[in-house]
Design a protein around this ligand. Structure first.
Ligand code: ACO
Length: 325
């Protein structure tokens, strides 16, 4: 049956210039390159310069995504910025990006679902497009996690990095089948009972401070594998597809071991998995659009490819998306 689809028409990303290697970290906390590589697959991460804000990263990724789409900012109806590290408590970082892009119409807002933020943003954008409320939407994932890390805590500070990625979605007509190009389906979940496993110990209405990220890594790992597997199964079932139909898995980049476990479960060879965690570390909501932009720009992801995304983050929040490029 004829339907509206949200097709990806452009993507872009931006990483801050400064690179912090595992060896650099070993000079700050009691850790070493071998431990970090073996447990996480991470070798380095990018860190925003002094004064470089989430909106600066997001803006650059947005400009690149619009250029790739061949669109101007005034053609956008909506900007959604997924971030857990906004420039300020308010206004939304999305509105700062809107102003700096020179977009004076439409709407812009932030989405807060931590590492699942991009999948949440994609889902909201798709709903706006399918319901006819918007035709062209920019979805950004942008983070400066370096600002909320406790740089004396080796169990967390080695895991995260800064960066941004963006995609432009446009309304297109589809036939309502899994062969359509665009977002086929998104699946969002949360369970607030797991607050203590992953949170930031500050905020305007609790401590009036920004706070630092706290995580029970093992607990998160355990839930991530089970929850993301369920979300992937639901995405495939919804569209009448099987793991063999997936061309590319573009997962949230938290830990190479979690990603490998997911790929193995799907019987997906590693060369069908887009991996950036080794060079970017965990950039939270930015990790999926960063990986998407890398793989689309270097020609790995091509027109018509079936792309599976999945993510899990603080809350817990988690979700999946199937998109035909
Ligand atoms: N360097 C050296 N040793 C360390 C380090 C470090 N950086 N960090 C911890 N250790 C030590 C611990 O102290 C512990 O030592 P002990 O056995 O003497 O007590 C030992 O290493 C093992 O620690 P574990 O925490 O049990 O190690 P684990 O194998 O679970 O790996 C990790 C830790 C990498 C954090 C893993 O649990 C993980 O990736 N969890 C998932 C994180 C995740 O997916 N987050 C995504 C969401 S993030 C978001 O939403 C913002």
């Amino acid at each position: 049956m004829a339907c509206t689809r949200s097709r990806v028409v452009g993507q872009g990303s931006y990483l801050p210039e400064k690179i912090l290697t595992n060896a650099d970290l070993a000079r700050i906390v009691d850790t070493d390159d071998a431990w970090i590589r073996q447990r996480t697959g991470i070798t380095q991460r990018h860190i925003a310069a002094e004064g470089e804000k989430t909106s600066d990263l997001g803006l650059e990724s947005a400009r690149r995504a619009l250029a790739a789409a061949g669109l101007k900012a005034e053609e956008l109806d909506l900007i959604i910025c997924a971030t857990a590290t906004p420039d300020e408590t308010f206004p939304a970082t999305a509105t700062t990006i809107q102003a700096r892009l020179g977009m004076t119409r439409g709407a812009a807002f932030d989405v807060q679902a931590v590492c699942s933020g991009f999948v949440y943003g994609l889902s909201i954008a798709d709903s706006f497009i399918r319901s006819g409320q918007a035709r062209t939407v920019l979805v950004i994932g942008a983070e400066t996690f370096s600002r909320i890390l406790d740089w004396t805590d080796r169990t967390t500070c080695v895991l995260f990095g800064d960066g941004a990625g963006a995609v432009v979605l446009r309304a297109d007509s589809g036939r309502g089948t899994a062969d359509d190009r665009g977002v086929l389906s998104t699946h969002l979940y949360s369970d607030g009972n797991h607050h203590d496993a992953l949170y930031v110990d500050g905020g305007p209405s609790s401590t009036r401070t920004v706070g630092h990220l706290r995580m029970q890594g093992r607990e998160v790992f355990r839930h991530a594998v089970v929850r993301m597997a369920e979300a992937i199964d639901t995405a495939l079932e919804t569209n009448g597809l099987t793991p063999g139909d997936i061309d590319w898995m573009v997962p949230h980049q938290a830990n190479a071991r979690i990603i490998e476990a997911m790929a193995k479960r799907l019987n997906l060879p590693q060369d069908r998995v887009v991996l950036t965690v080794d060079r970017h570390a965990n950039t939270s909501a930015a990790s999926i659009p960063l990986a998407l932009a890398e793989a689309a720009d270097d020609g790995r992801i091509g027109d018509g490819d079936l792309v599976l995304m999945e993510a899990m983050g603080g809350g817990f929040t988690w979700g999946s998306a199937l998109v035909r490029w």
